[in-house]
Write a protein that binds this ligand. Structure first.
Ligand code: S3P
Length: 174
């Protein structure tokens, strides 16, 4: 089944863009972080705090494997670190069209600085952490992407319209 997969670093807008895109396309939005939270019955922050990051990464693998069985074509928003595990990469590619929402460290910092729900950025120097993680992750995101959309300076509706027109070649006016 061909899904539309939104991938990218924390704060790049996957959830907001995913919500708006799924509405326009009249598709269901599946968000891996939300699916994991529902299944575990606790928040991502609590999973990191009580069971650790490795446990969370295992949950991401299981979540992707389950998405393979999803028969309805959907918009899927991935957690920022989901493509890190090598085992996840072919699983992501098999799901459908992978769109990388690309942002600079500056954009990401601005968009995440007031949010406390991302355990990896609750550190002394989040700016530096963002730069380090993005440097490691960008090549992975690039290698998986069917399309790369730069989101710096763009509102979510602009990103959605760009995806509809330039990536999916959909002609939706409403
Ligand atoms: C993570 C990103 C988060 C969430 C977790 C780890 C990451 O999702 O999965 O905090 O490693 O980049 P968002 O990208 O939706 O913030």
């Amino acid at each position: 089944m061909k899904h539309i997969i939104l991938m990218g670093f924390m704060g790049c807008g996957k959830s907001t863009v995913g919500y708006k895109l799924s509405n326009k396309l009249r598709k269901t939005l599946l968000d891996t972080d939300s699916l994991i939270e529902q299944k575990e019955g606790i928040s991502i922050s609590d999973i990191f705090a009580t069971k650790g990051e490795e446990y969370f990464r295992e949950l991401e693998v299981s979540c992707l494997k389950e998405l393979k069985n999803e028969s309805e074509s959907s918009v899927i928003s991935l957690g920022g670190g989901t493509p890190l595990r090598e085992v996840n990469r072919p699983l992501i590619k098999e799901l459908g069209t992978v769109i990388y929402l690309k942002a600079t460290p500056k954009t990401i910092y601005e968009r995440t600085k007031n949010n406390t729900k991302r355990p990896l950025l609750q550190c002394e120097n989040p700016k530096e952490r963002i730069e380090q993680l993005l440097e490691q992750r960008n090549p992975v995101y690039e290698s998986l992407a069917d399309a790369v959309v730069c989101v710096d300076g763009k509102q979510s509706y602009e990103v959605v319209n760009y995806i509809l027109k330039e990536v999916l070649h959909e002609n939706i006016s409403n």
